[in-house]
Design a protein around this ligand. Structure first.
Ligand code: ARG
Length: 459
């Protein structure tokens, strides 16, 4: 396949150097965006009288056929081409002759690839947003069913105070709200069209860049500086950072699911459809999906570091280093999508062992703070109350029981302020229900949060 720039050369590129320079293997996935950009460019060239409108129409209709042919499998993208831009232009020219050769008037592959990548990234961001929304709706239904499912809340992975499963899931729901906000911020910031920036310095043709920008759906119009336009990959770095944060959240969540699924915790049972077995140990049911999500997080962080490093030494404007933006970004985009999808499936089918969770909250002295607060409410200074309850906890720990198991006389041995109502005061239900500050797990507050999440998902 002839390349786009043979005229100046006496000799053909060395075969392995050609191979080294090619990007078709990975930029072929940009075919739809490349065609979309070319359709807009050709339309604008025709409207502005830069090429005859009959040729502009011919180009546009053939480009649409090329797209349909690629999608139906009639036209295979040839891996002999240097890149997707050369391939599509070559096919177009082969099919319609001279008109095809006029498509690249007033355009460079530099603004072309900048546009293709932006269009592709924009669509990909919207897909991620949809996937996160589906995950959030699964979390919301878990919350709705578990406002009374008590479990220990942890700090230092030590049982701390009782919460509910709804409250715990709500924490992740919030993280995904922020992730989705980040995605929409990126979309806003990148909403300017680089097409028409040319190689780096604009062109001498009277292009109507506002027209191409609006044909391509950019609400922010054309980019303001042609050099920046062809060398900007900030939006991609922004996106890789947003993907890294999504993965960090999924990885923390996975870590918890793995712990909860362990024999020792048994808070959850991952469904058969989302677990795997061992080739040697017949009893094993492993949380591979969660482990892979945790594992792939490193890979997505790697993409972010990779592109940041690629971009850090690049003088204005376009340099070929920037071709390295694609493989790592596509890998991060694909893997994050897979992770959200599989994680969502796993959460949709997971079983929560509610009684185990509640028992665990009871046995871990998560109501010790509430026992101290009980004394405080009856006039004991908090520091003294803390010490009284600390001694009771020590006694229970030695006798292997919960605070609730102590007899009233035993409570009274440490402080005669204790009365029969201590049992009610430190019951799991009271402990959770009386936590009614904004953002706390008490039922009333949790129902407000759930109401907010319902509205949020509707919009
Ligand atoms: N494959 C190139 C890339 O991905 C396309 C732009 C080529 N431009 C150029 N001047 N060689 O960046």
């Amino acid at each position: 396949m002839a390349n786009l720039w043979g005229g100046r050369f006496k000799e053909a590129t060395d075969a392995s150097a050609y191979r080294f320079n090619q990007s078709i293997f990975f930029d072929k996935r940009l075919y739809a965006e490349d065609i979309e950009g070319s359709v807009a460019h050709a339309t604008m060239l025709g409207k502005c009288g830069i090429i005859p409108s009959s040729e502009s129409e011919e180009i546009v209709s053939e480009l649409k056929k090329i797209k349909a042919d690629i999608e139906s499998g009639v036209l295979m993208i040839s891996e002999d081409a240097e890149d997707i831009h050369s391939f599509i232009e070559a096919v177009l020219t082969e099919r319609i002759g001279d008109a095809g050769k006029r498509l690249h008037t007033g355009r460079s592959r530099n603004d072309q690839v900048a546009l293709d990548m932006k269009l592709y990234t924009g669509k990909n961001i919207k897909e991620k947003d949809e996937l996160l929304k589906e995950l959030q709706s699964v979390l919301l239904s878990i919350m709705e069913n578990n406002t009374d499912t008590f479990m220990p809340g942890f700090t230092h992975l030590q049982k701390a105070q009782p919460v509910t499963l709804a409250h715990h899931m709500g924490a992740y729901f919030e993280m995904f709200i922020r992730d989705r906000q980040r995605l929409s911020d990126i979309l806003k910031r990148m909403d300017q069209c680089p097409l028409g920036a040319g190689a780096l310095a604009g062109t001498t043709y009277g292009l109507d860049r506002s027209l191409t920008a609006s044909l391509l759906g950019f609400e922010g119009g054309p980019t303001r500086n042609s050099m920046d336009s062809v060398s900007d990959r900030d939006y991609l770095i922004d996106y890789l950072e947003a993907l890294s944060l999504i993965m960090m959240h999924l990885s923390r969540f996975s870590e918890e699911i793995i712990i909860w699924n362990s024999n020792e915790y048994s808070f959850v049972e991952i469904d058969d459809r989302y677990s795997t077995g061992s080739s040697i140990m017949p009893q094993k049911k492993n949380p591979d999906i969660a482990e892979l999500v945790r594992g792939k997080t490193g890979r997505v962080y790697g993409a972010l570091m990779s592109l940041l490093t690629t971009m850090k030494g690049i003088p204005l404007a376009y340099d070929k280093d920037m071709q390295e933006d694609k493989e790592v970004s596509f890998d991060a985009m694909d893997n994050t999508a897979d992770c959200i999808r599989e994680f969502t499936g796993m959460m949709k089918t997971i079983t929560f062992n509610k009684d185990v969770m509640e028992k665990s909250a009871k046995n871990g002295f998560t109501n010790a703070t509430d026992a101290a607060d009980y004394l405080v409410k009856k006039g004991v200074p908090f520091r003294d109350a803390h010490s009284v309850v600390g001694r009771l906890v020590l006694k229970c720990a030695m006798e292997n029981k919960a605070l609730d198991d102590l007899k009233l006389e035993e409570f009274k041995e440490e402080s005669d302020v204790f009365e029969e109502d201590i049992y009610e005061a430190i019951s799991m239900k009271t402990c959770v229900e009386s936590r009614l500050t904004a953002g706390a797990p008490g039922r009333e507050k949790m129902m407000e949060a759930i109401g907010y999440y319902r509205e949020y998902l509707k919009n």
